[in-house]
Design a protein around this ligand. Structure first.
Ligand code: FMN
Length: 368
């Protein structure tokens, strides 16, 4: 039986060689938002053939929208030039298609990186003012963000559009709006973080309004033949929070606006969350969004086995499987999965010498 995981798939004018995606992963090593040599290594390595699509980490549309002072940004000419150098490098040697996740951390900004505890920065450590839909802190010991006023909303939307234009000039194949993991867009969606009394808060329609407005503006700045998606947290895993049912409604609205896929993650809005962690624990959420909203989905989270990934896409629970730590563990995961499933993965020209067909003595029982 031919592998579904390794069958090509088209999103608008972009054809991906397989259904494997390297998930966006913050590197906490940018210099005033600008990518450096580490990104040549990190993205360059993945681009050699690990996946059909390699996502650049959460890249923020303004400096205050960064989680940490070392997070990636796409708000200056220097950021754009630095990222273009990395993407040009990936294109020169690699074969994967390249996407970027655009974001704003909202009230989860101004923190130490995870390796240093992920706590909010103190004033003497260079803390900056954070913003959010409402003046509600992420946790009791966190600073209270400033509630965004209407002119702030317009400005932030324009900054998302400006970052889209920069991503286009860099030459990305795909962009994704980050509307999950407790960051700004998710903060608008969830009733736990959005208690506004204007047209951006209250009912589900109102809470979705700002993320949908931003998505619309981004989509208008992104060419019609290039795909654009959104990453969501399908549930807050907290009583009274954002729900899978609301996610389905949101996904339907996104689809109407020209969204090509929803990348279904979960949680990270509220530290009270109770997450039932386990292998593929978010696949059911993807399945629900895909079947009820009728939109292609990516699934992510604790997926590492080739047979499992194959089963997920072959059974229609998701159209793509994203790997984060699994890809870091084995940047050639797709090559190895292809061997296991009797399929073919693309190899960058400079890596062809190691292809199993070149070493039949070591791979006498190849399935193809
Ligand atoms: C180091 C690291 C950085 C991450 N940064 C991002 C990010 O920039 N954007 C995002 O949406 N998710 C981010 N995530 C979450 C991953 O994309 C992924 O959803 C999560 O790790 C679960 O998948 P996994 O079990 O395959 O690692 C990050 C995860 C890790 C481990």
């Amino acid at each position: 039986m031919a592998s579904t995981l390794f069958s090509p798939i088209a999103l608008r004018g972009l054809t991906l060689d397989n259904r494997i995606v390297v998930s966006p992963m913050c590197q906490y090593i940018s210099d005033d938002g600008s990518a450096g040599d580490w990104h040549l290594m990190h993205l360059g390595s993945f681009s050699l053939g690990a996946a059909g699509l390699v996502m650049t980490e959460m890249t923020n549309v303004n400096p205050a929208g960064r989680i940490t002072a070392k997070c990636a940004g796409l708000y200056s000419d220097a950021n754009e030039a630095a990222l273009k150098r990395v993407i040009d490098f990936c294109r020169k040697f690699g074969v994967a298609k390249l996407g970027i996740q655009l974001a704003h951390a909202g009230r989860k900004g101004s923190t130490q990186p995870p390796a240093l505890g992920a706590k909010p920065l103190k004033p003497e450590e260079g803390a900056w003012e954070t913003v959010a839909p409402s003046a509600l802190a992420y946790a009791p010991d966190w600073p209270v963000p400033r509630a965004l006023a209407k002119p702030d909303l317009e400005k932030t939307k324009a900054e998302f559009v400006s970052s889209v234009q920069r991503a286009l000039r860099i030459g990305y194949d795909l962009i994704e709006m980050h509307a999950g993991h407790g960051y700004l867009m998710h903060q608008f969606l969830s009733p736990l973080s959005n208690q506004r009394s204007d047209e951006y808060g209250g009912s589900l329609e109102n809470r979705m309004r700002y993320p949908l407005e931003v998505f619309t503006a981004m989509r208008a700045a992104w060419p019609g033949d290039k795909p654009m998606g959104a990453r969501v947290s399908a549930t807050d895993w907290v009583e009274g929070g954002w729900t899978p049912e609301e996610t389905v409604v949101f996904a339907r609205e996104l689809k109407k606006l020209g969204c090509d896929y929803v990348d279904v993650s979960s949680g990270a809005l509220d530290p009270r969350q109770q997450i039932p962690l386990g292998e593929g624990y978010q696949v059911g959420l993807s399945d629900k969004v895909r079947s009820e909203a009728g939109i292609p989905t990516m699934t992510v989270g604790l997926i590492a086995r080739a047979q499992h990934a194959e089963e997920i896409v072959a059974s229609g629970k998701a159209d793509f499987v994203c790997l984060g730590r699994g890809a870091m563990w084995d940047p050639r995961w797709a090559w190895h999965a292809a061997e296991e499933l009797g399929a073919e993965a693309k190899y960058a020209p400079k890596t062809m010498a190691c292809h199993p067909s070149m070493r039949p003595w070591l791979f006498p029982n190849r399935k193809k």
